[in-house]
Design a protein around this ligand. Structure first.
Ligand code: DGL
Length: 268
């Protein structure tokens, strides 16, 4: 099987994550799928997020021969991934893998010695309590402070606006007041704003971004799972699928992957 690595997100954040994943492992074949038509995921019910994720996973396995899917979306990882892994995969695709971004991020926080961590995320991720659960599983003494930042995804998906810095600063001030020593960006979209966030974040607070964590952890995972690695195609192919072509995604795809990127519209 010349299986591909699928990278799924609701939109732009997954594309940014794919850029980092491709840089860390350029020889693999990748396929990005952005559910731009149904974005944002961050304010939807868990049941809806689960249905959306199941459709995306089915599509990537059935139509695109993925052997492995990275759910780059934190909201989907937080609210639906466990159900996909425990209920959906065993009877339907027992030999394929779906991995998320919450556990690698939680590990990275503790590897950096952060014991009072702020988490900026979507409303859905905050409500799920997934980061607290995974962090405390690794170290029960870690303290976690969440701040939902619902305006950042629409802001990014609609292109840069003059209000960007103002809104970023509001969210950072709110989470900083807990006396944190690290801030985890718990939404795939937020690292796109890492320069703006770093500029207003108190300098002693470490900034943890998933695009700097997940690519390395994925390479380690593939080395530890040769039986999966041997199913993966290694011809350096990249494909870009979306459920709707939006002007911002088109612009960013060209900026991050070159002018000849072809976005294909698909139905899930
Ligand atoms: N990028 C997704 C996340 O990490 C969600 C953005 C959204 O669609 O609300 O949470």
């Amino acid at each position: 099987m010349n299986g591909r690595i699928g990278i799924f997100d609701s939109g732009l954040g997954g594309l940014f994550m794919m850029k980092a994943i491709v840089e860390a492992g350029p020889r693999y074949d990748y396929i990005y799928l952005g559910d731009t038509q149904r974005l944002p995921y961050g304010n939807r019910s868990s049941e809806t997020v689960y249905m959306f994720l199941r459709e995306a996973v089915t599509y990537l396995f059935q139509q695109q021969q993925c052997a492995l899917i990275i759910v780059a979306c934190n909201t989907a990882s937080a609210e639906a991934l466990r159900r996909i892994q425990q209920e959906y995969l065993p009877p339907n695709y027992p030999d394929r893998r779906v991995l998320g971004v919450i556990i690698p991020a939680a590990e990275a926080v503790l590897e950096r010695g952060i014991m009072r961590v702020g988490v900026l995320a979507t409303e859905g991720t905050v409500q799920s309590g997934a980061f607290t659960r995974e962090l405390k599983k690794l170290n029960p003494r870690v303290e976690v402070f969440h701040e939902a930042a619902p305006l950042l995804v629409p802001l990014l998906e609609n292109g840069d606006t003059a209000y960007k810095n103002l809104i970023v600063e509001e969210y950072i001030r709110a989470v900083e007041k807990h006396g944190i020593n690290g801030l985890l960006l718990g939404c795939t979209h937020y690292p796109i704003l890492k320069a703006e966030i770093r500029a207003v974040l108190q300098p002693q607070i470490q900034l943890v971004c998933q695009d700097e964590i997940v690519p390395g952890k994925l390479q380690t995972y593939l080395r530890r799972h040769p039986e999966l690695d041997e199913k993966l195609g290694k011809n350096g192919k990249r494909e870009f699928l979306v459920t709707d072509i939006t002007p911002t995604l088109e612009k960013k795809a060209n900026e991050w992957f070159g002018k000849d990127v072809a976005l294909e519209v698909v139905e899930l």
